[in-house]
Design a binder for this molecule. Structure first.
Ligand code: GAL
Length: 673
């Protein structure tokens, strides 16, 4: 259905209610009341569609598609490969995943099939083909939802063979593989491809090259499986967009490798809000949205979030009043064109019967959750013109899956590396200046950015230094930090000193890395011309001992045997500059630093930053710009806003001009010149 506007909807499982036509009828009435315009069908419907091998039943889905269409509700139709029927596992045991300790799973749970299994691929193709033939031209169809949250790995003999094939293709010879994996260490040289096995806690855990290649293989195999599903549905419905629900920054699958095959990037996001406003949670959710949007640098879809609580944390606390509207509008602010929930109606039984839903076990609309959902639906209906508008970011954060895997897997130099925390600290500092932030990997385009932050760029892919050099020479500002330029793609340390191939950019060389104990703190102060000299700043965990070669020194250590040596440098190259931060500095310093870097980069930002606890995101259309402000504080706050038409104000508008209530969102619309 070519509906215009933002999507609002939920995962809908009518197959659980086929014996209750009264409930199915009531669902439509309630959907209309909740301003639902799109539902996702069929995510786990395999056994309802094919109750026995080769026995098909599409009657219920036919009826559902028609009824929804008649009621102006579009459908995102899922391929059901996320969960397989029991008959299938019994008839084809090879579809059952083998865990890393080489034990084959029994039938059960979901999203746990072998991606290599030819039987599973064939059976999935068959059901996908039938769905695509039957519904590919149905007027209700809005998009395909390919499978569900692809993830996990299988270590069965079929996967082992496919892994060896992948390695053969990558390396050509065992000699090349042995070299790349540095197998001379601990006598690990391979003399036959058959000797190579996937990593296991009962076997090889220490060969980082093997572990990295295994992770790359798992992504490749997952993407290959997904591509086959996409090809199948596309053959019958070439113009229907395809997507799959990713999980934001989830570390298992290298999403930038998945994204090119999708028409729209999409994610499931379940911020654990707890009872009240929480800026930190908002920042973490914002990061997930930015990761997903940056995959295609286009509007994305939020395909799952909860209208109330989740059933899987230690304590599944319901969202307090006002959080639903603010939290979901935040996704729109970051570039989503949809808010979809898991789930429409609570099931009576099964694993997720206590998970939040728009309609609870009471089954009516007279609840707080329903009212807040309906309110959001109404708001989204009025924001239709925002659909398709873009997020333009002048700043980017480099966050690469290979780098994450390599840092996480490296034995030493300390156990807690704090990479994920560090990325989010830098993200928060940037966001305080009201700028949009793209989160990109080492291979994505650097075009259009003025400032790129690349904290802890430990693993450096071959072409990156050259691309960064071009970026800087053309006027870009780059921030590098300690523990960067350490290894190549195979996790082999660069010879000739760190930061390896980033040295020319940084204009420094790193002699040593001092690691601090958890309670230990170091210090530094600004000594250069770029940052205010007063005040001592504290740092923790990492203090790299660097020498400025061509770079200017902007700050020096005040602690350790390296007191007086550079803690921050700036290297001018071409029209741009590269900053090198040698220590894990406290957050207030990051804030100060990014203010300066944004200024140096000539980026558009709010000097002095937003008030604490307030977020700002911007989307741009052809002629308009939309500014989304939200107050995540527990108290009202005064926010200075530019001129613009107030398109939405979710609070009571009680305060004086510019004052925002807790959890209030304001959208300003500005005409573009
Ligand atoms: C997602 C999953 C949904 C549902 C939800 C519960 O990961 O895709 O099917 O289980 O979690 O929070």
């Amino acid at each position: 259905m070519k509906r215009k506007g933002l999507m609002h909807g939920a995962d809908y499982y009518p197959e659980q209610w086929l014996s209750r036509p009264d409930i199915l009828k009531e669902d439509i009435r309630l959907m209309k009341l909740a301003h639902i315009n799109t539902v996702t069908l069929g995510v786990f419907a395999w056994s309802a569609l094919e109750p026995q091998e080769g026995v098909w039943d599409f009657t219920w889905l036919d009826q559902m598609m028609d009824t929804l269409y008649e009621n102006h509700i579009s459908v995102i139709l899922a391929t059901p490969s996320g969960a397989r029927p029991a008959w299938l596992a019994k008839a084809y045991p090879e579809v059952l995943r083998v865990s890393e300790d080489r034990k084959r799973n029994l039938y059960g749970m979901r999203m746990n099939h072998c991606y290599t299994s030819p039987a599973y691929r064939r059976l999935v193709r068959e059901i996908d083909e039938r769905l695509a033939k039957r519904y590919g031209n149905h007027p209700a169809l809005k998009a395909w939802h390919i499978s569900n949250e692809y993830h996990g790995e299988c270590h069965c003999p079929l996967c082992q063979n496919a892994f060896r094939e992948f390695l053969r293709e990558k390396y050509g010879t065992l000699e090349a593989l042995n070299k790349a994996w540095w197998t001379g260490f601990w006598s690990k040289t391979f003399t036959d491809w058959e000797q190579i096995e996937s990593p296991s806690s009962r076997g090889e855990m220490a060969l980082q090259g093997l572990t990295l290649d295994w992770k790359r293989f798992v992504t490749k195999q997952t993407v290959d499986f997904m591509r086959r599903e996409i090809e199948t549905v596309r053959a019958y419905a070439p113009s229907v967009p395809v997507t799959t629900n990713m999980i934001g920054s989830f570390i298992e699958v290298d999403y930038p490798k998945m994204a090119p095959w999708l028409d729209v990037a999409a994610l499931d996001c379940y911020p654990q809000w707890g009872g009240g406003p929480d800026y930190e949670i908002a920042m973490d959710a914002g990061f997930e949205y930015d990761v997903t949007r940056s995959l295609k640098k286009s509007p994305f879809w939020l395909l799952e979030t909860t209208p109330s609580l989740t059933n899987w944390p230690a304590v599944g606390k319901p969202k307090g009043p006002g959080i639903h509207v603010a939290g979901c509008l935040q996704a729109i602010a970051h570039g989503s064109d949809s808010v979809q929930y898991f789930q429409w109606r609570k099931s009576r039984g099964g694993y997720e019967k206590f998970h939040g839903a728009v309609v609870g076990h009471y089954g009516h609309e007279h609840t707080r959750v329903f009212r807040e959902t309906a309110r959001l639906g109404e708001i989204l209906e009025n924001l239709g013109e925002i659909e398709g508008t873009k997020t333009i970011s002048q700043t980017a954060l480099l966050y690469d899956w290979n780098n994450r895997w390599a840092i996480e897997g490296a034995k030493g130099p300390r156990q807690d590396k704090f990479y994920e925390e560090t990325i989010r600290e830098h993200y928060r500092a940037l966001r305080r200046y009201g700028v949009n932030v793209d989160v990109i990997d080492e291979e994505q385009s650097l075009e259009g950015y003025r400032l790129i932050a690349a904290p802890m760029l430990y693993l450096v892919k071959e072409e990156l230094p050259q691309r960064l050099m071009q970026f800087v020479q053309a006027g870009g500002v780059l921030l590098l930090t300690y523990f960067s330029g350490i290894t190549d793609e195979n996790d082999l340390c660069f010879q000739g000193g760190f930061p390896g191939p980033l040295g020319e950019l940084a204009g420094v060389w790193a002699e040593e890395l001092d690691l601090l104990y958890p309670q230990e703190r170091g210090g530094f102060c600004c000594t250069g011309e770029s940052l205010p000299g007063e005040g001592r700043w504290s740092c923790r965990d990492y203090c790299e001992v660097i020498h400025a070669r061509e770079a200017d020194v902007e700050a020096c250590y005040t602690s350790g045997w390296y007191a007086g040596m550079p803690a921050l440098t700036r290297h001018r190259i071409g029209k741009g500059e590269v900053w090198y931060l040698a220590a894990r500095a406290e957050n207030d310093f990051l804030l100060l630093l990014y203010g300066r870097l944004l200024e140096r980069a000539g980026a558009a930002y709010i000097p002095g930053g937003l008030p604490k606890g307030v977020t700002l995101c911007t989307r741009c259309g052809q002629k308009e710009r939309y500014l989304f402000y939200t107050n995540w504080n527990g108290q009202p706050v005064t926010v200075e806003m530019p001129e613009g038409e107030e398109m939405l104000r979710t609070g009571e508008a009680k305060g004086e001009q510019g004052s925002m209530d807790p959890l209030e969102t304001v959208i300003l619309k500005q005409k573009l010149q």
